[in-house]
Design a protein around this ligand. Structure first.
Ligand SMILES: NC(=O)c1ccc[n+]([C@@H]2O[C@H](COP(=O)([O-])OP(=O)(O)OC[C@H]3O[C@@H](n4cnc5c(N)ncnc54)[C@H](OP(=O)(O)O)[C@@H]3O)[C@@H](O)[C@H]2O)c1
Length: 239
C-alpha cells in the first residue's frame, strides 16, 4: 500500500512542489489548504499528473478545522505516516519589531507555531502507530544582517524549539516517531514578494531539495538540515 503524507499549505509555493515530488515518488498526498478553491485546484493539477492527491481543508488559525482534519485522518487515513508542517505567513517583514502590536504578533504566532503545534500533537498517536515522521520547514532565527523580520522570526523560533524539544522527548521516551527540520534557504515565492537574485531558488528546486532529504533513507530525528545538506543548528544558515 502506498504511504501517505499530509502537507499543510500545499496549494502553492514550496508546499505544492513538495506535494508534487512526494507524489512522483509514489506517496499519496493529502493536500492541506485553507481555501477550498485553491486547494482543489492544486489537487486537480497534481492528479492530472498521475499523482494520488486529496484535498484536506485546514486553517491553522482555526482549531475547529484542525480537529476536523485530525478526525478525518483518524477515520479515513489511518495509515498516515508523515506530516509536513509547511504552511506559514511572514507578517510584515520590514516593520521594526517595536512597531508590532501584540495582536499582529499573535496572528503570525497562531499560523506558524500554535496551529502546527496543535496539529502535530493531535496527529502524534497516528504517526507513532505508523513509525512516522514530522518534517518542519524552518528558517534560521539567529542574527543575520539582511534578514530581520520580527514576527516571522519570533514565531519560527518557537516552531524550531518545538522540533528540537519533541525530538529529545521522542528519544528519551523511546517513541517510534521522528521530528526534524529542513531549511530550504531563500526561494522565490509569494511569502517574500517573489524575491529574485543569484541566491534565490525556484519553489520547484526547493521542493526537490526538501524531498531529497526526506527520502534519503536516514533517521534524522532532532536534526536541522540546511539547504546545502549541512547539519546545522537553528542559529546557523546564513542566507
Ligand atoms: N520562501 C522562502 O524563501 C522560504 C525560505 C525558508 C523557509 N520557507 C518556509 O517554507 C514554507 C512555505 O513557504 P512558501 O515560501 O512556499 O510561502 P507561500 O508560497 O506564501 O505559501 C504559504 C502557504 O501557507 C499557507 N497558509 C498561510 N496561512 C495559513 C493558515 N492560516 N492555515 C493554513 N495554511 C496557511 C498558504 O495558503 P493560502 O494560499 O491560503 O494563503 C500557502 O499555501 C514556510 O514554512 C516558510 O517559512 C520559505
Amino acid at each position: 500500500m502506498a504511504r501517505k503524507v499530509f502537507i499543510t499549505g500545499a496549494n502553492k509555493g514550496i508546499g505544492k512542489q513538495i506535494a508534487r515530488q512526494m507524489g512522483k515518488n509514489g506517496w499519496n498526498v493529502l493536500v492541506g489548504a485553507r481555501n477550498d478553491d485553491r486547494g482543489l485546484a492544486a489537487v486537480h493539477e497534481l492528479t492530472g499528473e498521475g499523482i494520488e492527491a486529496e484535498y484536506l481543508n485546514i486553517d491553522l488559525q482555526d482549531s475547529e478545522t484542525i480537529s476536523a482534519a485530525v478526525n478525518l485522518i483518524e477515520s479515513r487515513h489511518t495509515g498516515l505516516s508523515m506530516l509536513i508542517n509547511n504552511a506559514a505567513i511572514p507578517g510584515d517583514m520590514h516593520k521594526p519589531g517595536y512597531e508590532f502590536t501584540a495582536g499582529e504578533l499573535r496572528d503570525v504566532m497562531e499560523t506558524n507555531f500554535f496551529g502546527p503545534f496543535e496539529l502535530t500533537r493531535c496527529l502524534l498517536p497516528t504517526l507513532e502507530k505508523n513509525n512516522g515522521r514530522i518534517v518542519n520547514i524552518a528558517i534560521p532565527i539567529g542574527r543575520l544582517p539582511h534578514f530581520n523580520p520580527f514576527a516571522y522570526k519570533t514565531s519560527k523560533a518557537a516552531f524550531n524549539v518545538m522540533a528540537q524539544s519533541l525530538a529529545q522527548n521522542f528519544t528519551e521516551k523511546g517513541k517510534f516517531v521522528e521530528i526534524f527540520s529542513i531549511m530550504p534557504g531563500p526561494t522565490t515565492t509569494d511569502l517574500n514578494g517573489n524575491i529574485t537574485g543569484e541566491h534565490a531558488k525556484t519553489a520547484e528546486e526547493a521542493g526537490k531539495l526538501i524531498v531529497g532529504f526526506i527520502l534519503d533513507g536516514k533517521n534524522h530525528n532532532g536534526e536541522v538540515i540546511n539547504y546545502n545538506g549541512a547539519a546545522v543548528d537553528y542559529n546557523h544558515g546564513l542566507f
